[in-house]
Design a protein around this ligand. Structure first.
Ligand SMILES: O=C(CO)[C@@H](O)[C@H](O)COP(=O)(O)O
Ligand SMILES: [Fe+2]
Length: 223
């Protein structure tokens, strides 16, 4: 199970140090939420910020684009060093083209599904995608309540078959919800508030404790 802390819950004045701290505390990937105030009702940051934090991330930079349109910005995020670029299926009429363009730019291609979007929306995209992000909140904000998407996750896992496609869960993941999505077939867990709570750059140990708690809960180990 990969744990991908979302820096939306980090100290925005200290992104570089926050990325280094979560990796040192056991994060597998760093999840970067890009919001445009149009596709979602919130604005976070863009490719310039991604490029600035890239040297502070040793592992995978997982960029979740909550923007519309997506296509004009793919090269900018790839050039900023994104390893995974995820676009929402709801963000435009040509997600097939978008996924081709992401791979064409040299990144892994992810496709995200809002809670109201059925698994079948990606049925014709399975060979074009490296990751399916199942939103367990309506995108736009951290710290929201988990919406159970277990049936969708199970359907996707069966649709994927033996293809090398990750199922990532995003929104409201904590030690109480991680077992639900792990059981259903997820293999990447994004967590913002549940990772960053109680810690800081000057006191990063709680990040490690929080990551471990999510990982152990997902593995069915209850302390
Ligand atoms: O993409 C999003 C929200 O739109 C997420 O990545 C959140 O940032 C996760 O935050 P928590 O729900 O874990 O606090
Ligand atoms: Fe996200």
């Amino acid at each position: 199970m990969k744990i991908a802390p979302s820096i939306l819950a980090a100290d925005f004045a200290n992104f570089g140090a926050e990325c280094e701290a979560i990796e040192a505390q056991g994060a597998d990937w760093v999840h970067v939420d890009v919001m445009d105030g149009h596709f979602v009702p919130n604005i976070s940051f863009g490719p310039t910020t991604c490029a600035a934090i890239r040297p502070h991330i040793k592992g995978v930079m997982d960029v979740h684009l909550m923007i519309a349109p997506v296509d004009p910005y793919i090269d900018a995020f790839a050039n900023a060093g994104a390893d995974v670029i995820t676009a929402h299926v709801e963000a435009g009429p040509h997600i097939h083209r978008t996924l081709q363009a992401i791979r064409g730019a040299g990144a892994k291609a992810g496709v995200a599904l809002n809670p109201s979007t059925p698994a079948e929306a990606v049925a014709h995209l399975l060979d074009l995608t490296d990751l399916i992000c199942v939103m367990t909140v309506n995108p736009g904000f951290g710290g929201q309540k988990f919406i159970d998407m277990s049936d969708k996750i199970k359907t996707l896992r069966s649709m994927i078959g033996d293809r090398p496609v990750h199922i990532e869960i995003d929104g409201g993941v904590d030690p109480s919800t991680a077992p639900i999505v792990a059981q259903a077939g997820a293999d990447v867990l994004v967590a913002g508030s549940a990772v960053f709570k109680g810690g800081s750059v000057s006191d990063p140990a709680p990040y490690g404790t929080n990551i471990k708690a999510i990982r152990e809960a997902a593995a069915g180990v209850y302390a």
